[in-house]
Design a protein around this ligand. Sequence first.
Ligand SMILES: [Mn+2]
Length: 429
Amino acid sequence: MMPPISPDLIAQQNAPQADALHDEYQALGRKLERRGIAIDTIKSRVKGWSVAVPSWGAGRGGTRFAKFPLAGEPTNIHEKLEDCAVIQQLGRTTPRVSPHFPWDCVSDYAGLRQEAEALGLGFDAVNSNTFQDQPGQAQSYATGSLSSTVSATRAQAVEHNIECIEIGRQLGSTALTVWVGDGTNFPGQQDFARSFDRYLDAAAQVYAALPDGWRMMLEHKMFEPAFYSSVISDWGSSLMAAQELGEKCKCLVDLGHHAPNVNIEQIVARLHRAGKLGGFHFNDSKYGDDDLDSGSINPHQLFLVFNELAEAEANPRGGFDPAYMIDQSHNVTDPIESMLASAEAIAGCYARAQLVDREALHAAQEANDVMLAFRTLRAAYEIDVGPILAMARMEQGGAIDWLTTYRASQHRARKAQERKAVGLGAGIV
Ligand SMILES: [Mn+2]
């Protein structure tokens, strides 16, 4: 299968920029060398680091109010894979796609896996969906799903999750991410303890179906669609559930799913301490679960999260293997451009966290030298790692300037001729 973007076009776009990039890379290399850091080592780590993209992120998202479709937007998993391949071709950081069911259902999963492989892609965690009803569904999730008071509804939600595991097995995935919208809108609507019990009982049936080597990741969210209480509302509830369910169950942190101003980097450190840090959903937020592009609002917070991840990696306490995924809603941009920008922002924070002088930081922490500890951390954040990321991309066949190259490819305009128009329905929020 031909890659969606011509490698010749990428090379042609890179050529006039290569000299400047080498110059900037070498200048940054000299700067880092004075701090005792070998730039090529950081570049190698960047090349070895990756983040998954969600299949639903390839389309225009929406808010609760509206969705503005884009001409040439993908309308099925095959077209979504094609766009994800463009993101990977140009950015070289996103080799895996996280599918979502039932939207990505097909009749032949072995064929879908081959199709992805031919595009240079693999599959990451599978995501179940019990937060909305599907046509023809026997039980409604209006009363909740895994925590519903209706036993037939809980059974249906369990069955759907087990079906997702089976699909994931065929796709080469090794993780199931479970987010439930279960909760209440009124005080007194449900009993907090009994709804948690019901959730745990149903989740245990899903857990029991996990194949060897699989993980089940619980994604907490404070509010929305339930606005008074959510069953798995925060990292405390998530941790309690993961500890009760067992070794294969971990907690997943979506950056937009917390109360405003919560110290997310500390949550990361706590979950790692408990051996329950399963993975991340990256996005950014100004007010709530805004699902804005990663690093677009608060890049410093993203850096601080990666600083904790670097600490965790250096001190694995029996295991460190978090699953990284972008989880955003692209309402006003081309999703390919947004995911390329986000992947670059996330990889940039990963790279900066590698530049922290950990020995100096730990020494300053032990000596209670507050300003030195702060300055040591901040010094890494202030370094422009752009040349490292661009060099890593170019050496792997990606684009130095992914935005200009993507636009020069006319990919979206070509797809607008080939693909059927997308409907005006509300997006996934
Ligand atoms: Mn998420």
